[in-house]
Design a binder for this molecule. Structure first.
Ligand code: ADP
Ligand code: MG
Length: 299
């Protein structure tokens, strides 16, 4: 691809490869990300997400390929445009959250005001606390604040909610949406498919260093699944399998996809199938990953 094809995109990667010795961590991937969206790199542990995002950040040299910022290969000034929330950041001891924000702000020529960052990242109630005494969720909020203190155009978040409890994850999602509202471009990695569905406008699913699916979450699901999933406890499967040809048995349940829930349920009821315990489930990205790879994300 020539540079021209990346015109209009905020950041793009082209033929990106990374080898660690014999390990092919990233295997020739290409994608581009328009301005102002939240782009998600999804995949299980070891898929190559961190390696990819670190090459995009300009902190890891690709074995092959190029990262483009606004249509041009990234250069020395790229770092000024980005904010990075690392999976682990060393924070100096004996400082409060406010001290830490001020320390980091001083490193950059361009800054957001500390008060604005406190507001955006909901830090008001912990601003005077010793940074060693923060909960996991509070620490992530502080690291997010540090990542946006230079008012970056692109914000990189590598598994920002891993290890947080559900409540803290939800809170964090709200903050990310606030930052998106400001028109920032966000690149996020996650192995939580619900997180990607909630936050991302566009996703790339990675497995073994390759991109195996790419698009808007809703579109991807629409392309791969024929409607909604219905599950009925298996109390004698013959009748249902006869009525609905494309049904199959999974974990003691009979399941099938339908675009017309009413008609399907009517057919089952007319044939005196006991529907006690029936579930109607919209397929999610977790199901998509299973469909594409044959393995569950969590393995
Ligand atoms: N510094 C490194 N040296 C050798 N192998 C690495 C290194 N970093 C990552 N890898 C390997 O590259 C692959 C992709 O890793 P990574 O990008 O961290 O995946 P993810 O972030 O999706 O979990 C894995 O097989 C991992 O073991
Ligand atoms: Mg990783």
């Amino acid at each position: 691809m020539s540079n021209r094809q990346h015109d209009g995109s905020m950041i793009a990667v082209c033929n990106l490869v990374k080898n660690y010795g014999k390990v092919l961590a990233v295997d020739d991937i290409c994608f581009s990300v328009p301005k102002g969206i939240c782009f998600g790199l999804l995949g299980p542990n070891g898929a190559g997400k961190t390696t990819t995002i670190e090459m995009m950040e300009g902190i890891l040299k690709p074995t092959q390929g190029t990262v483009y910022y606004q249509g041009q290969p990234i250069g020395p000034h790229f770092q000024e445009k980005v904010g990075i929330q690392f999976q682990n950041t060393a924070i100096q001891d004996f400082l409060t959250v406010r001290d830490t924000l001020e320390l980091f702000a001083d490193l950059y020529p361009q800054q957001k005001s500390i008060e604005e960052v406190i507001e955006l990242c909901s830090l008001a109630d912990i601003i005077d606390r010793d940074t060693r005494k923060l909960s996991g969720g509070q620490r992530q909020r502080m690291l997010l604040a540090l990542a946006i203190i230079n008012d970056p155009e692109i914000l990189f978040l590598d598994e920002p909610t891993t290890g947080l409890d559900p409540q803290a994850r939800r809170n964090f999602w709200t903050l990310i949406n606030n930052i998106k509202q400001e028109g920032k471009t966000i690149i996020l990695t996650t192995h939580y498919m619900d997180e990607a569905e909630y936050l991302c406008d566009d996703i790339a699913i990675m497995d073994h260093g390759k991109i195996i699916a790419r698009g808007e979450p809703k579109e991807l699901l629409g392309d791969h699944f024929k409607g909604i999933k219905i599950q009925v406890p298996d109390r004698g499967r013959e009748a249902i399998l006869k009525l609905i040809k494309e049904s199959k048995v999974e974990n003691g349940k009979i399941e099938f996809f339908t675009k017309n829930i009413e008609a399907s349920i009517k057919t089952l009821l007319e044939n005196k199938i006991d529907l006690t315990g029936m579930q109607v489930i919209a397929p999610n990205l977790e199901d998509l990953f299973l469909l594409l790879t044959g393995t569950s994300l969590r393995n």
